[in-house]
Design a protein around this ligand. Structure first.
Ligand code: FAD
Length: 469
């Protein structure tokens, strides 16, 4: 039986008037489905899920929430890895699922105007139909929404060349926590008229307002992408390989993963070993091979790295299908290890510090997790490591997370020592909130709190995420 909603019948009635009766859900299944993201740390406990179809409907809901002092949580594709979209405290979840339309396209500007519920892959396909490219890409592109990507400033596998979501957003329509509608920057490349407020909303994890529409820049399609997977003897060899290739070639990706990660993906099926040589680490790199000379360069660099002992073996894709199969070895990791309830860290430092940083983190991991399986992977070309500790089957979730939290302190102290980030691209949400001070100092966090008050004076927008008021 479904429990009665914690919202008053009058408020539920008003929500129904705004979006339609069928678009307000309070049944247990819906509350569980739309009350969570990919994290499994918190129990979902929203009061209701609403599905608006327009900016005006979102605005009306936010105004109502202000009148009734009820918190709201914006919800995209719910693939987030930091519990930013989790509604654990009776919030009204505002799902953007119905706001999934491409509104217009300006060819000369290469500018597409979309609703925030457009799925990442949908935008990528739309760009392709225009002969263009939307380059922010990652394993959750099939479900994540552009509103969610903007909420977290998503990165992914092409950041080394194309940058984060922030680089591609030229305009936003937002409903602030106060209930005002703002049309920010309106797609312009050049606009020197004061604060770039649209940038403030990017990465704000729904704490300032709700993004309802966005103007997104597209670019030319990359051509003849070549993918190399290399086996590497140790962490010390990874960055010299990056520098050797980057000296002569513009890389579109430079990723790494360890042997455990590879074995998990292979065991999951639909993937084959790239070559026979096993090694502790693997690097995947990608570049545009549209000129013979570039491919020749890559081969020469490969041979140089072999001579130096940085590479033990390697393979280069000879077709699109092979390139996709090689990418799957890296892209399949998150999904493959999800059943092991991994404890995830998403940390970053400047490229300069990567070798020393990795050596220290590796020592912490070896000393503290001798009995746990540890999956290393990530966007190492951006200085971004994903450190995933896998839960042993015989340990309860709570016991496991408690053990991991103890080690977090050592990991984050090392991040702080190198002026790095405790969350490179997944956001802070609830899972990293207690550690924010390792990356942002007290005064800076206070400025963020003050900013929130400007856009959300009643504190109804996704409270308890990023920081507490
Ligand atoms: C297999 C897998 C691989 C991943 N790989 C990567 C990766 O390589 N790089 C990376 O950056 N991330 C990665 N992620 C994390 C995740 O996919 C991204 O954070 C993504 O951008 C989240 O989008 P979403 O629509 O699912 O957002 P949600 O999880 O629904 O929400 C994320 C945050 O944004 C807020 N939000 C959602 N919609 C709006 C809106 N319209 N307005 C304002 N705020 C909003 C939410 O309240 C929440 O705080 C991965 C996740 C998975 C499951």
């Amino acid at each position: 039986m479904n429990a009665p909603s914690r919202l008053s019948p009058a408020l539920l009635e008003q929500l129904s008037t705004i979006v339609g009766e069928q678009r307000v859900k309070t049944d247990d299944d819906s509350l569980k489905t739309w009350g969570v993201d990919w994290t499994k740390h918190y129990e979902p406990r929203p009061s209701a899920i609403v599905f608006p179809a327009s900016t005006e409907e979102v605005q009306a809901i936010v105004k109502l929430a202000n009148e009734h002092q009820v918190a709201v949580t914006p919800s995209g594709g719910r693939t987030g890895l930091s519990a930013g979209a989790v509604a654990a405290n009776g919030e009204i979840v505002i799902s953007l699922d119905r706001m999934n339309k491409v509104l217009s396209f300006l060819h000369a500007d290469r500018l597409v105007h979309i609703q925030a519920g457009v799925v990442t892959e949908q935008l990528q396909q739309y760009a392709e139909q225009q002969g263009l490219y939307y380059p922010v890409d990652f394993a959750a592109a099939g479900s994540s929404q552009m509103g969610g990507n903007i909420g977290t400033n998503a990165g992914g596998i092409k950041v080394i060349h194309y940058g984060m979501t922030r680089e591609w957003v030229l305009g936003l329509t937002v409903v602030t926590g106060k209930g005002d509608v703002l049309h920010l920057n309106k797609g312009m490349i050049k606009n020197a008229t004061g604060y770039a407020l649209h940038q403030l909303f990017i990465g704000s994890e729904g704490t300032l307002g709700i993004v309802t529409e966005a103007e997104i820049k597209l670019t030319r399609q990359p051509q003849d992408l070549k993918v190399l997977v290399l086996s590497v003897p140790d962490f010390a060899a990874v960055m010299p390989i990056l520098h050797a290739f980057q000296q002569r070639i513009d890389l579109t990706a430079f990723e790494f993963f360890n042997q455990i990660a590879l074995e998990k993906v292979l065991a999951h099926g639909h993937a084959s070993r790239p070559f026979d040589t096993e090694s502790p680490l693997y690097v995947l790199l990608e570049f545009e091979g549209r000129f013979e000379a570039v491919v020749d360069d890559a081969m020469q660099i490969f041979e140089h790295c072999m001579e130096q002992g940085w590479i033990l073996d390697g393979v280069m894709s000879q077709s699109q299908a092979q390139a996709e199969a090689l990418w799957h070895l890296r892209e399949g990791i998150s999904e493959t290890i999800a059943p092991f309830t991994p404890y995830k860290n998403d940390i970053s430092v400047l490229i300069t510090h990567v070798p020393a940083f990795i050596a220290e983190i590796d020592a912490i991991v070896a000393a503290n997790y001798p009995d746990f399986e540890v999956c290393w992977f990530g966007h190492i070309g951006d200085g971004n490591l994903h450190l995933n500790i896998l839960k042993p089957a015989d340990l309860s979730k709570d016991e496991f997370f408690e053990k991991c939290k103890v080690v977090n302190q050592f990991v984050f102290e090392t991040v702080q020592k190198y002026n790095g980030s405790i969350s490179a691209e997944h956001g802070v949400g609830m899972t990293k909130k207690d550690y924010l001070h390792y990356t942002r100092d007290t005064v800076e966090i206070q400025y963020m709190r003050e900013l929130k008050k400007v856009f959300d004076p009643n504190g109804i927008m996704n409270p308890g995420k990023v920081f507490d008021l």
